[in-house]
Design a protein around this ligand. Sequence first.
Ligand code: FAD
Ligand code: UDP
Length: 369
Amino acid sequence: MSVDLVVVGSGFFGLTIAERAAAELDLKVVVLDRRRHIGGNAYSEREAQTGIEVHRYGAHLFHTSNEKVWEYVSRFTKFTDYQHKVYTSHKGEVFPMPINLGTINAFFGTTLKPVEVEGFLAARRPVIERPANLEEKAISLVGEELYRAFIAGYTEKQWGRSPRDLPASIITRLPVRSSYDDSYFDDRYQGLPVDGYTPIFERLLTGADVETGVDFLADRDHWRARAHRVVYTGPIDAYFGYCHGRLNWRSVRFETRVLGTADSQGTAVMNYADIDVPYTRIHEPKHLHPERTCRADTTVVVREYSQVDNDAPYYPVGTPEDNALLERYQALAAEDPRVRMGGRLAQYKYFDMHHVIAHALKAAREDVA
Ligand code: FAD
Ligand code: UDP
């Protein structure tokens, strides 16, 4: 049976397109995912022993300043008023992250006031006119000492390469604050879905069919013959059979443990800044939902280890060589008007969920209609 649209991938990009195509454009849509579940990397499930909701691919915090995205996603869930905070452990001491007045005063043993921070940091950081990489950018923002303590080791662990070989843009995701404001994000809207992420995806799918455990690339001629249009949200280099070579991706291995204690670390996310600690961060998902009642005698912790895994590409590295390769793949993609590429893997961009939804809403209007 033919359909109007095959959507490859049931993450936020694919399912936003699927929902819009079915509800607004009245198209017949089938969504495929090679995983056995829907939701892409934002998928979450209840851990069997404890009932605690665990985000299977790392803690996912929803945040955006985009009114349209907030209005759209709020049609499919209510959000809690959770405000994300992160701490970082360095040489056995714990500091607020991103770097704020509390981090600076604790690290240097000072009692600076907000108005003194800029001058204090200016005296410690060189002027670098055009930072060429992540290391130069970070040093130009916070100086050598804070960079070495909180950024250099963490970044090298996460990306598996020197910060000198990484784009400066990665570090500008984090603010540096001269106040004690310890929110992780600056966005106007943030929170967590009250009943978890997976129900959002189920609601987005109301008007479309879905087949999980199906790899589009293994049978692409069959799927292309069934549909007028294809939206593809997998890795762009995989789509073209790596014909120009592989893009650099980072992946993550999650090590989940159930502990017989009420509270292991007292917060949702603890980063580990030092290079000699093999994991980058530990999540304790219970703290993401303080409004929920859960068992007092147990908790879940998840250690995150960064690694290369070509079967599970999560983070686009984005070296200059990667960007040159990406352009070659984008040129190939432009030759086929029946296929629309979108999302973090197909666009090879370090997108958060709200970026992906914004792009998908635009693509549904302009490229799928
Ligand atoms: P994905 O969610 O990756 O979905 C793509 C889907 O396509 C997958 O389900 C995959 O199985 C499927 N697929 C791929 N190839 C094929 C194929 N050949 N056939 C069939 N199916 C295929 N964002 C935030 O906003 N806040 C956060 O706190 C946050 N934390 C994150 C933490 C981690 C560890 C990671 C990795 C990401 C995080 N993100 C966060 C980013 C967020 O996960 C992405 O922005 C979002 O999930 C991307 O949606 P997507 O639809 O583009 O891709
Ligand atoms: N980062 C760091 N130290 C930290 C947290 C983050 O150096 O304690 C850097 C690191 O390079 C990371 C980037 O900031 O890749 C962006 O951090 P974010 O928390 O946004 O990464 P994500 O949640 O996507 O893994």
